[in-house]
Design a protein around this ligand. Structure first.
Ligand code: GLN
Length: 558
């Protein structure tokens, strides 16, 4: 670690400084949007010319969220290196250019696993292994590990809410970290709720005071408070919070609910001077963040030239976080094409019960996302049949691709009972089968085909039209695959194998020849879409849906 030298002037000299650390904690209630706020801070600092790294510490005992249901945890976000991580890392990747790796997300489970493995190897011989110092040291090591040479700022978000038993070792560890690393090199930001009490007609600051009180009991005095509110935070309340929570009034920042778009968050934080405050407090150079492209993006979002609707047919339609990156990627494609998109979250079981004509009528595009388990499978297959037969643009992702193959095999090729062996082990036509490499795997955590894999795209396909590249790299998370035994038979009936893995062994993209836009992929393109750079497949899909509308406006029979 380099020592601090003379004060830097201008962007690049900032790099000679030792890494600074920002810790983001949350209080009062969960779901305040700590991930989004942390990502916004990262983005603003990056756009001031700093090199930023993002990290999340999660207090649950699972080693990673890969084994949790979307009901519990929302989407599992997959990185290039194959780690299965918290969905907040999706915000980090969408807002910043910070490269994310296994070091970007640690859980209590991982921390304990590592300490216990060290204990078994005899690394603590003669000692009693304890939360303090062994667990806290391990946590500090994880924080330190992501900083270092060339990194100006590390932002570490602590999952959970202050006061939770599970968060305590993490809070103790960051307290110790600041003590050892120097208070001038560390910044504590606490996100709280200032609720509006209807009966009293007032914003209430007491929960914030209590939450800060709890932090101070642990020995952490927040430097900045970000107050989530649904109403404007008047100066009087700001002054009260400042006095009781022991910090300057300018360090009490309002973050009002955004009912239009989450992409407004960084802009409102800039207006409140949050980035300048962080820079000042950490001794980083003064600068103005370059955010014109972000303003432009919001301008496009506010001034669409057309409107379309896309149906996302999944098992967890009612859960807003289960397909988070998919919804985001659709929005990005809308921004890129100046189109406002209404997303219909459709339960696959509703398609089974009521039929696609009732549930899907009027949608300009259909998307079937990834998933596990049999519930809703037949509804997904029906939705795909509807899109294929009516020539409605369709994008299938992972399980969505597997369902598209099942649908094609059953209804075009005539293979009755075609299925995936995930759902019917004795299927007469197992068009989707367990990958060879998966046959002998018993453990469930982190054992799928995961992370970035290379694929070759075939010329003349819709995929090639979108990507304009022969070789692509996309992120995977699956155990089952297109069964190559059926390749020729399905191709002969008009299924196009548009991309395969490097040695042609695994099918990565299928398309339907006689259809304006039908693309189904074995991987997860949604993880690589950004608001400033929409994923090419999503962009192509949305463009095709918009084209269908404009054509049907001229031709009543279309
Ligand atoms: N359940 C399927 C598999 O494991 C699809 C996985 C997914 O959609 N991510 O292959």
């Amino acid at each position: 670690m380099k020592q601090a030298s003379s004060p830097p002037f201008g962007k690049f000299e900032a790099k000679i400084f030792m890494t600074k650390h920002i810790f983001v904690t949350g209080g009062v209630v969960s779901s305040l949007g700590k991930g989004l706020t942390s990502a916004s801070i990262g983005m603003l600092l990056e756009r001031r010319g700093l090199t930023v790294r993002m990290q999340k510490l999660d207090p649950y005992i699972n080693v990673d969220p890969g084994t949790m249901s979307p009901y519990q945890h929302g989407e599992v976000y997959v990185l290039d290196d194959g780690s299965e991580t918290d969905l907040d890392l999706g915000h980090y990747e969408r807002f910043t250019n910070s490269p994310l790796t296994r070091q970007s997300n640690y859980t209590t489970g991982q921390i304990y696993l590592s300490v216990i493995e060290k204990e078994r190897r005899g690394e603590f011989l003669g000692k009693t292994v304890q939360v303090i110092p062994h667990i806290t040291n391990e946590i500090k090591q994880c924080i330190k590990g992501i900083g270092g040479d060339g990194v100006d700022v590390v932002i570490t978000e602590i999952g959970g809410t202050v006061g939770d038993i599970e968060s305590q070792p993490f809070l103790e560890a960051i307290r110790q970290f600041a003590h050892e690393f120097g208070k001038e090199n560390c910044l504590f930001i606490h996100l709280t709720l200032v609720p509006w009490l209807k009966v009293a007609g007032e914003l209430k600051t007491k929960p914030t005071q209590h939450s800060v009180g709890q932090l101070r009991q642990i020995g952490i005095q927040p430097d900045i408070l970000i107050c989530r509110t649904e109403r404007e935070l008047p100066n009087e309340e700001r002054a009260k919070i400042s006095l009781f929570c022991n910090l300057p009034q300018e360090a009490v920042i309002e973050e009002r609910d955004k009912d239009f778009s989450i992409y407004e968050v960084p802009l409102s934080l800039v207006e409140d001077g949050l980035d300048e405050l962080c820079a000042k407090r950490l001794g980083l150079p003064s600068a103005t963040p370059e955010i014109d492209d972000w303003r432009d993006l919001l301008h496009r979002l506010r001034n669409p030239e057309a409107e379309i609707s896309i149906a996302v047919v999944g098992k967890y339609a009612e859960h807003k976080d289960a397909y988070k990156s998919i919804y985001e990627a659709i929005d990005h494609a809308g921004m890129a094409n100046h189109i406002q998109i209404r997303i219909g979250r459709i339960r696959a079981e509703a398609v089974e019960r009521e039929g696609p004509e009732r549930v899907l009528a009027g949608y300009d595009g259909v998307l079937v996302p990834g998933g596990f388990g049999e519930r809703g499978i037949e509804g997904k297959v029906e939705a795909i049949r509807w899109a294929r037969e009516r020539k409605i643009p369709f994008l299938g992702i992972c399980l969505g691709m597997q369902c598209a193959v099942i649908e094609f095999a059953r209804n075009v090729v005539g293979l009755d009972g075609a299925h995936s062996t995930e759902f019917d082990k004795n299927s007469q036509h197992p068009v989707i089968a367990l990958m060879d490499e998966q046959q002998n795997i018993v453990d469930k955590g982190g054992t799928m085909r995961l992370g970035a894999q290379i694929a070759d795209v075939k010329p003349g396909t819709t995929a090639m039209e979108c990507y304009q590249e022969n070789t692509i790299s996309e992120r995977h998370r699956h155990r089952w695959e297109f069964n190559n035994t059926y390749r020729q038979q399905l191709e002969a009936s008009g299924l196009v194998i548009a991309a395969t893995s490097k040695n042609d062994s695994l099918v990565e993209i299928v398309e339907v020849a006689d259809h304006p836009w039908f693309v189904a992929v074995q991987y997860h393109p949604e993880f690589k879409s950004k608001p400033t750079c929409s994923h090419k497949l999503f962009s192509g899909f949305v463009k095709a849906a918009a084209k269908r509308i404009s054509q049907s406006q001229f031709s009543p029979t279309a």
